[in-house]
Design a binder for this molecule. Structure first.
Ligand SMILES: Nc1ncnc2c1ncn2[C@@H]1O[C@H](COP(=O)(O)OP(=O)(O)OP(=O)(O)O)[C@@H](O)[C@H]1O
Ligand SMILES: [Mg+2]
Length: 270
């Protein structure tokens, strides 16, 4: 397996060893420090006279390098939670700390910067920019970070090759199949080698083989770069490769008991 393109080596250096942020994980495993934490997060939507309480007091803590799955029935609030964790939607109450910073108390600009620096987001529906090619879409987050164009395009090309899209670099999103768009979106989320990947059904539209290549890429980042993975999934093969599994049911988030052996294990192979 080839190594990942090295677009963010300076960040990888930053990440060596536990960071003393002072916001130590209360429930995180071992000594790993927390990179993502939700505290008493609630979210309701008002639809006319009806108040829909989707999340009630959700608490979650993800350590550096940890792999976590979020499962639950359709409509249980998984996407809502992931969007709140990624600073894309506001909680009705509660706090979210991303890399030690309360993402919902930052200005729009600061939040955008934190998101670009620390988070890679794989949406349930791909959100590629229609007027740009696959290569340009994937290079975009690097260009936002002021990575030189040639380097950004090289990293984008390498990661697109890894997800089997080496022959589709110049295709626009509407010229790609649904699964190809999904893989391009995964490539875009991973290209910056973020600290945390938040992925909403990353393999939902993919066949077995393509799902495998997407899993493999995420697990490789986790293993080589210590990237934390937070993955919403119905795919039990993917959930089984995570160290911990949270479940949302009737607005409540709880942790499923998983075999103790899995905690802290590195995940090898596909
Ligand atoms: N902007 C909104 N306004 C009103 N209700 C909303 C809004 N967004 C989500 N909801 C409701 O909140 C609930 C949770 O939605 P969410 O998208 O988080 O579910 P999910 O667990 O991701 O489901 P799925 O597995 O189908 O993707 C749903 O009942 C949905 O109708
Ligand atoms: Mg969803």
């Amino acid at each position: 397996m080839s190594r990942l393109p090295g677009a963010a080596d300076e960040e990888a250096r930053e990440r060596v060893g536990p960071r003393g942020s002072g916001s130590g994980p209360e429930d995180g495993p071992g000594e790993r420090s927390s990179v993502l934490e939700a505290r008493a997060v609630s979210k309701s939507f008002r639809q006319g006279p009806v108040l829909l309480e989707v999340l009630q007091g959700a608490a979650l803590s993800v350590a550096a390098g940890e792999r976590v799955a979020i499962v639950g029935a359709s409509g249980s609030g998984k996407t809502t939670l992931l969007q709140i964790l990624g600073g894309l939607d506001r909680p009705s109450s509660g706090q979210v700390l991303v890399d030690g910073r309360d993402i919902h108390r930052l200005t729009e600009k600061e939040r955008g910067e934190l998101r670009n620096r620390a988070l890679g987001f794989v949406y349930q529906f791909h959100h590629l920019l229609p007027e740009f090619s696959a290569l340009e879409n994937v290079a975009m987050p690097l260009l936002v970070r002021r990575v030189p164009v040639a380097e950004a395009r090289k990293s984008a090309r390498e990661i697109l090759e890894r997800v089997g899209l080496g022959q589709r670099l110049e295709h626009r999103p509407h010229q790609l199949s649904g699964g190809e768009r999904q893989r391009a979106a995964v490539a875009r989320a991973l290209v910056t080698q973020p600290k945390i990947i938040l992925a909403d059904e990353p393999t939902g539209n993919l066949d077995g083989l393509n799902a495998e290549s997407v899993f493999a890429l995420m697990l490789e980042l986790n293993r080589e770069r210590g990237t934390s993975l937070v993955v919403v999934t119905h795919d039990t093969r993917l959930a089984d490769r995570m160290e911990r599994i949270y479940e949302i049911e009737k607005g409540r988030l709880s942790e499923r008991l998983t075999p103790p052996l899995r905690r802290g294990e590195s995940c090898t192979g596909t």
